[in-house]
Design a protein. Structure first.
Length: 251
């Protein structure tokens, strides 16, 4: 007969231990910084990028849709794709992971996500490394920008101030990250006691380098992902963010 203790030893003891250890470390930390990617919003119905079945890059060429050259070649294709994603976002709601993060006013949130689900879960001061999909800006950077209605975003159009094409205010491949956001993020990561890395494949730089910045600053790196993805993590918890993040952060 397999006793309960033996079953635990064979299957669940180590993950439960790791979850408890991570919970304790988070409870004792003075400074917790979250660093999230597309997996945080996956359970809200927002597709990820690199997952084999449903990720955007499994079906679309990233350089056609998310690079300055792709936009120059076919601006309508790019705007239509972002508008499709805006429509998905307009119908989405924050999931339990967003709510657990947003409910902790003591956390600093750094995200690669361009969605507004952390803000809608009451998180304040979210650092968006790769921009914000709910804003359009002038492609020539004349300074003109405006918020768009996610449910009814405008078609491809020109900047009312200078006539250059308007584009989503996101960061494409080959583009620099917003200076101030990057500076604030590196300072926050360097000073963190714990970096809680949620739902990122950690392959896109310089964003993924924040994990090393935090680690070198002495932070404990706790990762939550469907699969271990961050080689620099001290603790890797595998499972859905919507289940694990509330268990880590809620009392
Ligand atoms: C779950 C889950 C659940 C699922 N629960 N988990 C150094 C080395 C190598 C390359 C470079 C380098 N430095 C720069 C580069 C080039 C490039 C780069 O990194 N390329 C690599 C991919 C090879 N970087 C850049 O170009 C950056 N700019 C730059 O470096 O500027 C300096 C410069 C200037 C001039 C010339 C040259 C350099 C800009 C990067 C911009 C990224 N843009 C995108 C799209 C735009 C935004 C948008 O439309 O949304 O940002 S690409 C895409 O990837 C998007 C994401 O923010 C980003 C990261 O993806 P993320 O979030 O990690 O998602 P996935 O899908 O990859 O992973 C999801 C994870 O969730 C998986 O692990 C799942 O298991 C997990 N998961 N469900 C928990 N329920
Ligand atoms: Zn302009």
């Amino acid at each position: 007969m397999v006793t309960r203790a033996k079953r635990n030893n064979a299957t669940s003891l180590r993950p439960v231990d790791e979850l408890e250890t991570a919970r304790r470390i988070l409870a004792e930390a003075d400074s917790i910084v979250s660093f999230s990617g597309a997996g945080l919003s996956a359970e809200s119905g927002i597709p990820t990028f690199r997952e084999a079945q449903h990720g955007y890059w499994a079906k679309h060429d990233p350089y056609r849709l998310a690079s300055p050259d792709g936009f120059a070649a076919d601006p309508k294709l790019v705007v239509d794709w972002y508008n499709h994603r805006r429509n998905i976002l307009s119908a989405a709601v924050p999931n339990p992971a967003h709510r657990a993060l947003g409910g902790r006013s003591d956390l600093i949130h750094i995200t690669q996500n361009v969605d507004n689900l952390l803000e809608r879960a009451r998180a304040s001061a979210v650092l968006h490394l790769h921009g914000r999909i709910w804003i359009d800006r002038c492609n020539r950077s004349c300074g003109y920008e405006e918020a768009v209605d996610l449910a009814a975003p405008p078609d491809r159009r020109d900047c009312p101030r200078c006539g250059s094409p308007m584009r989503p205010a996101v960061v494409w491949f080959g583009e620099s990250l917003p200076d101030a956001v990057w500076r604030e993020s590196t300072v926050a990561a360097a000073n963190a006691d714990v970096l809680l890395v949620v739902g990122t494949s950690a392959v896109v730089y310089p964003a993924a380098g924040l994990i090393d910045v935090a680690r070198q600053g002495g932070a404990v790196i706790v990762e939550v992902n469907l699969e271990a993805a961050s080689p620099g993590a001290h603790i890797s918890l595998t499972g859905p963010a919507g289940e694990l993040v509330p268990r880590l952060l809620n009392p």
